[in-house]
Design a protein around this ligand. Structure first.
Ligand SMILES: Nc1nc2c(c(=O)[nH]1)N[C@@H](CN(C=O)c1ccc(C(=O)N[C@@H](CCC(=O)O)C(=O)O)cc1)CN2
Length: 287
């Protein structure tokens, strides 16, 4: 039997509908509309699509969004000035700086300049530290999307062996920590693999749940999957053949028990988690 598709689009729709109610209640109780400021530097076509979609999602659930579009030549100081202004603006609850930033800008310095209370991507070191300590203010969006797709599809995590391939600051590292935490949606045994892991297949074949977050098209092949495993594909690679994930979807379909598609898997849920964090930020700031 082919693997069950874990449909990120359908789940994202469901969570947006839940959020629409929660946002309306928040507005009624506080007389304030949650607001996200999106910062887009340069003309990267994919980033433009992601930001446009994030703003459309905001509109759907009743969150205000503003777009700060800066040219490719923006300097570090210009961007820092904008962020300082958004930090001070009481009408803004969440700040999103779309990555990647142009090479003249030190991304780390920019992400550290965002007020931790408005850091709805959870990239600020203070928020990373809180995630590590199991006391998150916000959960990072893509790792939270992976956790939600598992939890909401009743995939057992506790006691399962999760193998995460990819050690990025945005996905692999925080996800490994979140799934290994004590508590609901976690309690997994986690192995974090990366480009220097020898005999990667020997690790991935032990996975009850395999998460691919390497950024290489179709890198995970069918022989690397334990029959019956759940496969979560975080990759979004633009190739001549279109948008493909990090796993060889067609070949893995008959081997896995569940799999996320690309597109339509983790991507749309990542955007939903930004909405969740923006509402959380508004609740915390308007308390
Ligand atoms: N500030 C941030 N920058 C970036 C992040 C992030 O979480 N915060 N992650 C990625 C890009 N990203 C979010 O910004 C993102 C990528 C893709 C999708 C998505 O919905 N993908 C769709 C396909 C859309 C398409 O046609 O390209 C899907 O998978 O179905 C959402 C968010 C880097 N930057």
């Amino acid at each position: 039997m082919p693997a069950q598709l874990l449909d990120g689009n359908a789940l994202a729709r469901q969570i947006r509908s839940e959020l629409t109610t929660e946002v309306a209640e928040f507005i009624e109780n506080n007389g304030v509309v949650p607001a996200l400021a999106a910062v887009l530097v340069g003309g990267d076509p994919a980033s433009q699509v992601y930001v446009r979609n994030k703003r459309r999602d905001c509109e759907e659930v009743g969150i205000n969004s503003t777009l700060h579009r800066l040219p490719e030549t923006t300097t570090q100081d210009e961007l820092l000035n904008l962020i300082a202004r958004l930090n001070r603006d009481d009408a803004i609850h969440g700040i999103l700086v779309q990555l990647p930033l142009p090479p003249q800008i030190d991304s780390r310095a920019i992400l550290e300049a965002v007020s931790p209370n408005k850091d709805v991507d959870a990239f600020h070191p203070e928020n990373v530290g809180l995630v590590v300590q199991g006391q998150p203010r916000f959960l990072p969006c893509t790792p939270a999307a992976v956790q939600q797709i598992l939890v909401r599809n009743n995939v057992s995590i506790a006691g399962q062996h999760v193998v995460v391939v990819g050690r990025s600051d945005i996905v692999g590292k925080p996800l490994a920590i979140m799934l290994a935490q004590r508590g609901p949606g976690a309690d997994a045994t986690v192995t974090l693999c990366h480009s220097r892991t020898p005999d990667l297949g020997a690790f991935t074949r032990q996975a009850d749940i395999l998460v691919a977050a390497i950024g290489k098209p179709k890198f995970i092949t069918a022989d690397m999957i334990r029959p019956g495993a759940t496969v979560i594909d975080v990759g979004i690679n633009r190739t001549d053949a279109g948008l493909v994930g990090d796993v060889d979807f067609e070949a893995i379909l008959p081997v896995a028990s569940r799999i996320t598609p690309v597109p339509g898997g983790i991507g749309p849920l990542t955007r939903v988690m930004l909405l969740v964090n923006t509402l959380t930020a508004a609740r915390q700031l308007e308390m």
